[in-house]
Write a protein that binds this ligand. Structure first.
Ligand code: PEP
Length: 258
């Protein structure tokens, strides 16, 4: 399989810079030389410099949780893609359901950020997913297709492979409820089919992560599914040993899929 599993931690608005260093250090040390899978930590903007400084030669990667759609200028409070690159950031989470619902981010706005990332050679992690109401109304595919078509408009063909999609059913985020591996695989396969329609055959190389209460006790089953190429993890990413257990699950799944 050509897709490398990605285990990504979304730390959300948690950890001061001092606390972030305490969380990141054992993770960076533990994954120092492993290259079987990609391991990503996404701290808050304020903790990125301190965590980046720890990475050194470790293969651990740093991501951000947001970015401006603008390149530079009079945009008070914004952080540009170039500023993130300067801090060794290589991925940016975009379109998370918390940003869609609490900050009114639309597919069109998220799309501008996706394009800003690609322009600066940052890998966007585009989150998509349905609410419980939408699932119960039988609208899962319709909602996800709209989010993918809107979020990925005008993506240049030569940059498409660096995109990562995260399927995060909103009803599973931070709730302890996880999609069953079968439910998740069904949606992941639909996402890959839709990516083929939007971007062409490169979709076979695009990683699709599952997110929503992924934890050490359910990761093996989820990661064994053919179209699940990793996880975007919230709560369990805030405990170093839990996150490292998920990294181990990723390494096992990668070996099994090879
Ligand atoms: C997330 O918010 O990206 C997430 C998946 O959170 P949790 O793992 O806590 O459900």
């Amino acid at each position: 399989m050509s897709r490398k599993i990605l285990i990504a931690g979304n730390w959300k608005m948690n950890k001061t810079a001092t606390e972030a260093v305490e969380l990141a250090k054992p993770i960076i040390d533990a994954v120092a030389n492993q290259n079987d899978i990609d391991v990503l930590m996404c701290p808050t903007f304020t903790s990125i410099p301190a965590v980046s400084a720890l990475v050194g030669n470790s293969t651990a990667k740093i991501g951000a949780q947001n970015v401006s759609d603008k390149a530079s200028g009079a945009y008070t409070g914004e952080i540009s893609a170039a500023m993130l690159r300067d801090l060794q950031v290589s991925y940016v989470i975009l379109g998370h359901s918390e940003r869609r619902s609490y900050y009114g981010e639309t597919d069109a706005f998220i799309n501008k950020k996706v394009l800003a990332c690609l322009e600066s050679n940052l890998k966007p992690v585009l989150c998509v997913g349905e609410t419980l109401e939408e699932r119960e109304a039988g609208k899962v595919e319709e909602v996800i297709k709209t989010q993918l078509v809107g979020g990925l408009a005008d993506v240049p063909a030569d940059k498409a492979e660096s995109i990562v999609i995260a399927y995060e059913p909103v009803w599973a985020i931070g709730t302890g409820k996880t999609a069953t591996p079968e439910q998740a695989q069904e949606v992941h396969a639909f996402i890959r089919k839709t990516l083929t329609e939007i971007l062409g055959t490169v979709s076979a190389n695009i990683r699709i992560l599952y997110g929503g209460s992924m934890k050490p006790s359910n990761a093996d089953e989820l990661l064994a599914k053919p179209d699940i190429d990793g996880g975007l993890i919230g709560g369990a990413a805030l405990v170093a040993n839990d996150f490292l257990a998920l990294v181990n699950s990723g390494v096992k799944a990668q070996a099994a899929k090879a």
